[in-house]
Ligand binder design. Structure first.
Ligand SMILES: Nc1ncnc2c1ncn2[C@@H]1O[C@H](COP(=O)(O)OP(=O)(O)O)[C@@H](O)[C@H]1O
Ligand SMILES: [Mg+2]
Length: 361
């Protein structure tokens, strides 16, 4: 997978700019607050239909303008593909090869990317929210079924949580089983897909970690809860758990069990990484997870995703930087940093200097 060109119009601090990316390493460099992350964000948006930095699409529109237009010309295993987004305050329109698409689920998979920023380096030490997000974003890109199940699950979950706050307890108790049946159906899809994902991801993450630590440490991944194998079994077990927690859920006013509360557990040399690993070890583990994600995409879709490394080099020590660069050879990479020469060590790359929302030659 490769992005050839990226067009940004009225996007963030860009007025109008065109990027030509090469197939290997592309380095966007420049001072702070010039638009490097904004460019990376546009790539992520065209892959997923969303951004991790915003609450409302409006924030993406250049201040003082009415709309933003972004587009990428890419090439995946099926051939050329163009993905566009037209964003105005009132609505957002996505197009793939010129044809309007109705929902995000249909966007996923046309251009796949693995996005890596300093936030992801905290993947291990942060709360379970971050790790769930990691799984959700990653699995959604290769499984529209997962993405759709997740949306529906969250919607029903919101309704269930609203119901739990209703003062009419007998109504609540009568209605809960109805919600729960639907909730468990989507939950089962989510749990099953996550389990499969982690099963695939785990050996890659272990291998990456061994590579990064010169086999000094062993990393292992697993879901933090066990639900059983097939979807029917998972749904049944979860229904029982939900029923067993009615009283607690009503008292607290929210749903206390289900995939929205699940986590993934990471151990380094047999010890829980979140609780016991040093910050350096946690970062290496996070890096291993992200690089393993790249391999998963390769395995699932037959080609490498585009790797976006936003500002991560400065957070890694020299040895890991070099290892990282060596590992991403052959994968189209968009890397942002403030000082190109300090992170590249003469690596062959396409350098693009960004200044105030513009490419400077
Ligand atoms: N909607 C917007 N309109 C205009 N400028 C914006 C908008 N959103 C962010 N910016 C500007 O973009 C700059 C930050 O760009 P960013 O890509 O995060 O910088 P960096 O090069 O450090 O990664 C800031 O100066 C910010 O004010
Ligand atoms: Mg930045």
């Amino acid at each position: 997978m490769q992005i050839k060109k990226l067009f940004l119009q009225n996007f963030r601090n860009y007025e109008s700019e065109k990027f030509d990316f090469s197939e290997g390493l592309n380095v966007l460099f420049g001072k702070n607050a010039q638009g490097k992350t904004n460019c990376a964000e546009a790539v992520f948006y065209l892959c997923t239909g969303t951004s991790l930095r915003i609450r409302h699409d409006k924030q993406l529109i250049r201040i003082g303008e009415e709309y933003a237009h972004i587009a990428a010309e890419a090439e995946n295993r099926y051939g050329k593909v163009t993905v566009e987004a037209n964003i105005s305050e009132a609505k957002r329109e996505l197009r793939v090869n010129g044809a309007k698409i109705a929902k995000n689920a249909d966007l996923m998979g046309h251009i796949n990317s693995v996005f890596f920023s300093p936030g992801e380096l905290r993947l291990i030490q942060d709360g379970p929210d971050e790790r769930r997000r990691f799984m959700n974003v990653s699995i959604s890109q290769t499984s529209p079924t997962y993405y759709t199940a997740l949306l529906r699950y969250n919607k029903i979950l919101d309704q269930r949580n609203a119901l739990l706050k209703n003062p009419d307890i007998s109504l609540v108790l009568d209605t809960l089983p109805v919600w729960d049946e639907q909730l468990c159906r989507y939950a089962a899809t989510i749990v099953k897909k996550r389990t499969e994902f982690l099963q695939k991801l785990s050996p890659y993450a272990t291998e990456m970690h061994a590579y990064l630590t010169d086999s000094a440490e062993e990393l292992a991944l697993s879901p933090d809860k066990r639900y059983g194998g097939e979807e029917a079994e998972i749904a049944e077990l979860l229904a029982k758990k939900l029923a067993a927690n009615y009283e607690k859920d009503i008292r607290l006013g929210f749903t206390t069990v289900g995939p929205h509360r699940d986590d993934l557990s990471v151990t380094v040399s047999g010890v829980d990484a979140k609780a016991y690993a040093s910050q350096g070890q946690q970062r290496t583990a996070a890096l291993s997870l992200k690089l393993a994600e790249v391999q998963i995409f390769k395995e699932l879709s037959g080609e490498y995703p585009v790797l976006v490394l936003d500002d991560v080099m400065s957070e890694l020590d020299l040895r890991r930087r070099k290892k990282l660069l060596r590992r991403v050879e052959g994968i189209q990479t968009i890397l942002t940093c403030t000082h190109a020469e300090r992170v590249l060590y003469g690596a062959d790359c396409n350098k693009i200097r960004i200044e105030n929302g513009r490419i400077k030659e």
